[in-house]
Design a binder for this molecule. Sequence first.
Ligand SMILES: NC(=O)c1ccc[n+]([C@@H]2O[C@H](COP(=O)([O-])OP(=O)(O)OC[C@H]3O[C@@H](n4cnc5c(N)ncnc54)[C@H](O)[C@@H]3O)[C@@H](O)[C@H]2O)c1
Length: 440
Amino acid sequence: MPVNRREFLSSAAALAAASSSPLLAAQPGAPASPRRRYALVGTGGRGSSMWGKGVKDKWGDTVEFVALCDPNAKRAEVVRDIIGVTCPVFTDFDRMVKEARPDVVAITTVDVHHAEYIIRALDLGIDVITEKPMTVDEQQTQAVIDAEKRNKRKIIVGHNMRFAPAHVRIKELMLSKPVGPIRSVDFHWYLDTSHGTDYFRRWHGIKAKSGSLWVHKATHHFDYVNWLLDAEPVQVQAYGGIKRYGSAGPFRATNCRPCTHKTECPFYWDMTKSASAMRLYGGEVEKADGYLRDACVFRPEITSYDTMTATIKYTNDVILSYSLNAYMPIEGYSLAFNGDGGRVEIRDYAKQPFEVPSDLEVSVIKAFGTRTKVDIPTVEGEHGGADDALRNLIFRRPQVPDHLKLPDSRAGAMSALTGIAARRSCEENRPIAIADLVRF
Ligand SMILES: NC(=O)c1ccc[n+]([C@@H]2O[C@H](COP(=O)([O-])OP(=O)(O)OC[C@H]3O[C@@H](n4cnc5c(N)ncnc54)[C@H](O)[C@@H]3O)[C@@H](O)[C@H]2O)c1
């Protein structure tokens, strides 16, 4: 049903407004209850900020931090100070549950470990908020779906991108069907040599840990477009290559700090200049698990593609053309919905190299007609205001229209499976049907 400006403003306001209902309340708008016992598993960058200090500072009246859990106890201790809590630190999940008795757990580990904690938490009767991607392969996806069913519980997947007020406005626009039925989509994502390169310094460069950028990164984009189209993927044909990083590069080292190619390498990064990186990943923390935050982007162990394209067929017969490149001189995306009545064009690039995209332009171009620019709200805050909006939904539970409901396991599965299918398609050089991967 078309949504008018007033309805949009009221739904955007609902996202931003506080209400008195508790985290994961049975019903949105239910009365306040005591703070829920909250634990964090995976105390790295995202855990310490979005689901750590951010939660404590703005939503601390709804949850009480009862535990932090990470195999690297040194990092967890640092993060306990960053968040400003006094709860105990654990390295073992089951022990943490037994001693700290959380009601809800936020999972912000390396991607490949999300599924094991989701399943264990559900089986122990604990509510789950998990970072994206929910899973990195089809076996994990099936196991999570089965665990949720057997426990009759609900998972929240942290697909924040939808909730940026600008993207909510785009969703409302699409609901009003400004160009009639959509037939095809062009979707191209560009990661620059700051953001894109950084994935290859970290665990994200290893397929077995991140599912590749098809899963780790493109999952954001697939969730966004699945939601905008209100459809699910059916089949994926994809190609990918490692063209710039890994073995394709000219130098080899373990990591940047001791590297002998510092002056010639365009990707040399001096981690010691970043106080926050040194605090989370350097010194005693690094010694505890040997994880190198500034690993060489040309190390031969890299298995994640840096150059990717896919064609995706959807349940509503739409065909989508997608690409992701991770060494671009620009950061941002272009997305267009081609319909019988014209084209909706979205373009969001960084104004300057190495800045976050902030030059969002949305136009409706009518067939045989004119181009009209659409008014888009700009909001300060991480990920264009998306992170605050998502946490507000989770921790305050305002009443919202259906299209602003929290992403559930089905959404988490569909976005992850699009990437999983793309990765398999690259590896096996054949189209992959989503229905062949998982049974719902
Ligand atoms: N939604 C977003 O915009 C967004 C942004 C950044 C990261 N993320 C997600 O957050 C998660 C964490 O990313 P990050 O950037 O904080 O990475 P990170 O490397 O900073 O932190 C990962 C943490 O997981 C821990 N870990 C490793 N193996 C573990 C295991 N077996 N059990 C428990 N913990 C383990 C590591 O010790 C580390 O502390 C990822 O899933 C990522 O996809 C989401």
